[in-house]
Design a protein around this ligand. Sequence first.
Ligand SMILES: Nc1ncnc2c1ncn2[C@@H]1O[C@H](COP(=O)(O)OP(=O)(O)OP(=O)(O)O)[C@@H](O)[C@H]1O
Ligand SMILES: [Mg+2]
Length: 259
Amino acid sequence: MADVLLMAQNLRKAFGGLVAVDDVSIQVASDTTHSIIGPNGAGKTTLFNLLTGRYRPTRGAVIYKGRDITTLPVHARAHLGIGRSFQITNVFPNLTVLENARLAAQALGKDNFRILRRADSFAAYTRRAHEVLEITGLRDVLAVPANVLPHGGKRKLELAMILASDPELLLLDEPTAGMASEQVPELIAIIERIRAEGRKTIIMVEHNMNVVMNISNRITVMHQGRVLAEGDPRQIAQDKTVQAVYLGELYDLPTGGSA
Ligand SMILES: Nc1ncnc2c1ncn2[C@@H]1O[C@H](COP(=O)(O)OP(=O)(O)OP(=O)(O)O)[C@@H](O)[C@H]1O
Ligand SMILES: [Mg+2]
């Protein structure tokens, strides 16, 4: 079996009486794109927050590279190589695209670049910023203030900023949220370029089935806090239960009986 990079073991998160994540176990293999899908309120973002350290689970464990990180805070996980995006926009609006990317490279770059002199490390951050802006298709808007970018451009800049610190695991919560459908193929291409950099694993929550079915190696379907199904895109697309609770509703497919 492929190397397991991250494992969730019997995770549970309750908010008062509401169990948002209920006994969820997943294994994410290195160098794969693993998508989490499911209807609104299924517990996808809550699971993400347990994986990134924003929330502590009520029960269960998160294991990264064989190490129990269940109680580590977000920044400590970031230093281990776990980068995440947010559903909210978190770029500096008045700084240029290049400056935002360089700051992101700098934020976590200390360990990688500590041995370098100040001027050299600035050059290294700038180089990394240029690399990630190339990957995310922002090369032509380097000098544009972030707040002038259209929505799709801001989403790409967020991706560039996570990538800047060179994480081994990227957690993307709805990367296409708010994007026009004609921008979706470009986003798919960007994610493929991110993977092509090598040594990159992606866990993605996404509602756009075109994106999910195109780029996922593995898909976990959540429903009411629990894992409903898991498999490769073909298995998930053909799964009758998944069709009934989720895909049927999205695609308006017949969910049983004679069509
Ligand atoms: N901080 C919180 N406090 C209380 N309840 C919460 C909190 N966060 C999430 N919930 C509840 O937990 C359940 C799961 O929410 P979650 O945001 O994880 O779903 P989701 O699958 O990400 O949905 P969506 O597709 O709409 O983003 C929902 O019923 C939600 O209202
Ligand atoms: Mg969510």
